[in-house]
Write a protein that binds this ligand. Structure first.
Ligand code: SAH
Length: 349
């Protein structure tokens, strides 16, 4: 009979212990299996070589691995590798490796498609189809780490949640994946090397602060003027005004002591005036912030055009005059990114 087995990685360590107990096996096996799964990142039961054959058979009868597969791999002239990753149910997400002199950064997705409708973003054209599970997020990190070693002879150093989807709308799974990624019994990557990027949902920013998360927070701001931001990010804005957003960021800082990075694209004729830059500088004033000015990756036939260099430098000057650290990120992997646009150009190194 066809049996739809569960992915073994959907079980918590306690659930694994329970499974072994109920099966008449010793409970310490659960810890071994947990380490195989999350520390050594195995993708089959036969790789769990310290388990007896019968134990492995027991696991195979009850569980499976729902693995992702690289469907298309593009390499950019600048070294960036963009993967179209196929999930077990045939849906796709993007995972990108961004190499710099010092870093190998994984840019990972958190949802298939996106439910927000930021008017400049290519993913907004893809409806949100579903949330990724913790193992699907974790597997992207493992994949990029393997590619780092294979193509650059270097392991992964940083992770950014800047791929498809809004990570805060998949809160539990994203945090659970980050647990596995940072756990010493998991991949053991420092949370300081992880950045979650969000449109900024005040309630959930406060929740992260209450949950005492230790990773970095980046907020896609793009305008500090209410009506403009509403046009650029209509759905994000419907539930959030800038006042609430700012309040939640103050709360975040008070609770975590961690500063915030604003991601900001400057478009010609949209937000490229001195007035816009001053509004941003003012908005930044309330808590320690850094601004990443991101170069726009044009979407096919879209109305948005990257602002001139003068506007970018004008912003930098105004922000730096106020003591705000400002970096300008060049687009990475642009030659392979034509149809996509939203990935990969906002990480430093
Ligand atoms: N939903 C989250 C994470 C995914 S988008 C967020 O909004 O932060 C990651 C970043 O890419 C965001 O700052 C987003 O505004 C930016 N982005 C989207 N489309 C882009 C494009 N075509 N060029 C440059 N940056 C883009």
């Amino acid at each position: 009979m066809f049996q739809n087995k569960r992915d073994i990685r959907s079980l918590s360590q306690d659930a694994l212990i329970e499974f072994f107990r109920e099966s008449g096996e010793q409970a310490f096996r659960a810890k071994q299996v947990y380490q195989w799964l999350w520390q050594k990142s195995v993708q089959s039961f036969d790789q769990m070589t310290n388990l007896s054959k019968s134990t492995r058979e027991l696991l195979k009868e009850n569980f499976e691995f729902k693995l992702l597969k690289v469907d298309l791999l593009h390499r950019s002239k600048d070294g960036t590798i963009k993967n179209a990753v196929k999930l077990h149910d045939g849906t796709f997400v993007e995972s990108v490796l961004i190499p710099t002199e010092k870093r190998i950064t994984a840019c990972v997705s958190s949802q298939v498609g996106c439910s927000l409708d930021c008017t400049f973003c290519a993913t907004s054209a893809l409806k949100r189809m579903r949330n990724l599970s913790p193992d699907e997020i974790y597997d992207q990190v493992v994949l990029i780490n393997q590619q780092g070693n294979e193509y650059f002879d270097r392991s992964l150093t940083n992770i950014v949640f800047m791929g498809m989807g809004e990570p805060l709308l998949n809160y539990q799974n994203v945090l659970s994946a980050i647990d596995k990624i940072t756990d010493p019994n998991g991949l053991g990557i420092s949370p300081k090397r992880i950045t979650l990027s969000t449109v900024g949902i005040p309630k959930l920013i406060k929740k992260m602060a209450d949950d005492a998360v230790r990773f970095n927070l980046a907020v896609s701001l793009h305008s500090a003027i209410e009506e403009k931001r509403a046009k650029l990010m209509p759905l994000a804005h419907r539930s959030t005004n800038l006042f609430d957003l700012r309040q939640s960021l103050q709360y975040w800082y008070a609770k975590t002591g961690k500063s915030i990075t604003f991601e900001y694209v400057i478009w010609k004729g949209i937000n490229d005036t001195e007035f816009d830059a001053k509004a941003l500088a003012k908005f930044c004033g309330v808590i320690p912030t850094k601004v990443n000015i991101i170069q726009y990756n044009p979407i096919d036939n879209g109305p948005y055009i990257q602002a001139s260099q003068e506007s970018v430098f004008m912003y930098k000057r105004i922000l730096e005059n106020k003591g705000i650290i400002t970096t300008i990120r060049l687009s990475r992997g642009q030659d392979i990114d034509a149809a996509c646009g939203q990935l990969a150009n906002k990480v430093g190194g």
